[in-house]
Design a binder for this molecule. Sequence first.
Ligand SMILES: O=c1[nH]c(=O)n([C@H]2C[C@H](O)[C@@H](COP(=O)(O)O)O2)cc1CO
Length: 140
Amino acid sequence: MNLFFSASIRGGRDDVDLYADLINHLNRHGDVLTEHIGEQDVEAKEQAQGLTDADIYNQDVYWLREADAVIAEVTTPSLGVGYELGRAVAWDKPVLALYRPDADHELSAMVRGNPDVEVVEYETLDDARPTIDAFLSQHV
Ligand SMILES: O=c1[nH]c(=O)n([C@H]2C[C@H](O)[C@@H](COP(=O)(O)O)O2)cc1CO
């Protein structure tokens, strides 16, 4: 199973350790096409590889097309994540959006109000794991 994990990069990296933990869990279910999102120095690595923004865009849209399901961590608002969710919905992919309610970032109505996105609020990684398991067994 190909899984596309989506989470903030240029929108802010406060939750990068959590992203890595979520990716670790997703790896039990299938191949995570976007493991780089959990790496601390993702942008430096992409730069070292000589990737332009166009390369990153093309690669991500290709991976998204290949994905059987999309799991996003949407607590830190990100234009790229919003874009990916829109494309995933348009392609009829199952989409799970994991959101930790916090005082700083209210979730966009374009995500919470979208009937084709399953939004689940959670607090800890231990809460998120069974949510992911149930979502994947139901949809993929
Ligand atoms: O360097 C990158 N590499 C990359 O894979 N992305 C993709 C994957 C993420 O799910 C999403 C993050 O978007 P943003 O950078 O706008 O927060 O876009 C985004 C960037 C930078 O915008």
